[in-house]
Design a protein around this ligand. Structure first.
Ligand code: SAJ
Length: 401
């Protein structure tokens, strides 16, 4: 197998993976449809926020092992690391995977390795295999085709890419062997072999499992609110049991993975995926419920004090201590609360972001000082130990517990 790798997709996963492969002195030709991304990388710079990625990319480009382009070239291995977004009704859209496959199709030759890393519905790898062999029948059974999901945590990508175990599933044994051989050159975590369908399902199940567990914690928070029980204390006590490990409730589930991947299962197996589907509903409902709670607190305040309150919405990110606001339940809640109330006093706080296109941001200390109602949406470290005396506090994420 030739050493060269073509990486299609230079985003949050593709670029760090490309840099890691290049660090191991394998030539990587990174491909992205966005010319700005290509130019930025070729200058040795990056277009996303991820610790240590800047140095890895700049080193790889300087050493001549990483080059970006808008078109693929001939190589020994092709990695597809593009997004799999949604169509209407929460159905996965594999058109980017398809387009990437079509782009490399004319370049493929016997013995090449073709790997999909993009989160994909079960059966996608086989579908792409059929597409490839229908266009290039002379290559039938001569390619090595596999699926290997990424499972890194944003913010810790450069470490986890190397150290996490990987699940690798080929369309046949030979493909699995070849893919394992490939990853063993830059991954030090264990490489677990399986078939393509199981590997695809494994990624979906990992994130669905977390979603279901968070839904359980969120459901408890709704029950405890009615029952007059402190849910944080309850969970801490229940977790003293050696075989119980309940996660933390929050204002909903965000990010680009856990709030999304379960739908890949539900869309295809709706009758069988009752718990997975309901977990999605509970976690979505939790955000709506938080927004309603804030509205109710405002009305109560007005009835009691004869004036409209000012409100601090604490946090916009999708989880604590990051600057990523995409698919964020806190952002959804802020939007809902501000709807039709824009003339009232709202302080929007996000200490990890300097400026926002839509929201006018306020320093967290100033917001807490000025507001009557403080709603904690994200448990950022800055929010612990603030003086909240005299304030109405809505703690949706366990900042004060
Ligand atoms: N959350 C809670 N309660 C908890 C834990 C998390 O409400 O006890 C919320 C967070 O606030 C956030 C959401 O869940 O809104 C997701 O956060 P996360 O830290 O659980 O996960 P992500 O989305 O940053 O990354 C996940 C990881 N998957 C798992 O932990 C099973 C990561 O390993 C995957 O690589 C990533 O999804 C992905 O790309 O699929």
């Amino acid at each position: 197998m030739s050493q060269n790798v073509v990486m299609i997709g230079l985003g949050y996963i593709g670029l760090p993976t490309a840099a890691l492969i290049a660090k191991n002195q394998i030539h990587v030709h990174g491909v992205d449809i966005n010319q700005h991304v290509v130019d930025t990388i070729n200058k040795g710079q990056i277009h996303i926020v991820e610790p240590e990625l800047d140095i890895a990319v700049s080193d790889a480009v300087k050493a001549g092992y990483l080059k970006a382009d808008t078109k693929p070239i001939e190589a020994g291995a092709y990695l597809i690391v593009v997004p799999t977004p949604f169509k209407a009704k929460n159905e996965p859209d594999i058109s980017y995977v398809e387009a990437a496959t079509k782009a490399v199709l004319p370049l493929l030759k016997a013995g090449d390795l073709y790997i999909i890393e993009s989160t994909s519905p079960v059966g996608t790898t086989e579908k792409m295999m059929e597409l490839i062999y229908s266009e290039r029948p002379e290559l039938k059974d001569q390619l090595h085709i596999a699926y290997c999901p990424e499972r890194v945590l944003p913010g810790n990508v450069m470490y986890e890419l190397v150290n996490n175990d990987r699940v690798i599933g080929g369309v046949d044994d030979k493909s699995t062997d070849k893919a394992i051989e490939f990853y063993s050159r830059f991954v030090s975590g264990k490489l677990h072999r399986t078939n393509a369908r199981t590997a695809e399902m494994c990624k979906l199940v990992e994130n669905s499992s977390r979603d279901v567990q968070i839904a359980f914690a969120n459901e408890l928070s709704l029950i405890c609110d009615k029952a007059g029980i402190n849910v944080w204390e309850l969970i801490e006590l229940a977790n003293k049991h050696p075989r119980v490990n309940i996660l933390q409730p929050g204002c909903g589930v965000g990010g680009h993975c856990i709030a999304v991947d379960p739908y890949f299962i539900v869309a295809e197996y709706p009758m069988e995926s009752k718990i997975i589907g309901t977990a999605r509903e509970i976690n979505n409902y939790k955000s709506f419920w938080c927004a309603e709670k804030i509205q109710n607190a405002k009305l109560e305040f007005e009835l009691k004090n004869g004036r409209k309150p000012s409100v601090a919405l604490m946090g916009l990110a999708f989880k604590p201590d990051i600057d990523d606001l995409r698919e964020s339940p806190a952002k959804y809640i802020a939007q809902r609360v501000l709807q039709n109330n824009s003339n009232e006093d709202h302080y929007i706080v996000e200490p990890n972001v300097d400026e926002h296109k839509v929201f006018k941001l306020t320093d967290y200390k100033e917001a807490v000082e000025k507001a009557d109602i403080i709603a904690f949406l994200v448990a950022h470290k800055q929010f612990k130990n603030l003086d909240l005396s005299g304030k109405t506090v809505l703690d949706f994420c366990g900042v004060i517990k």
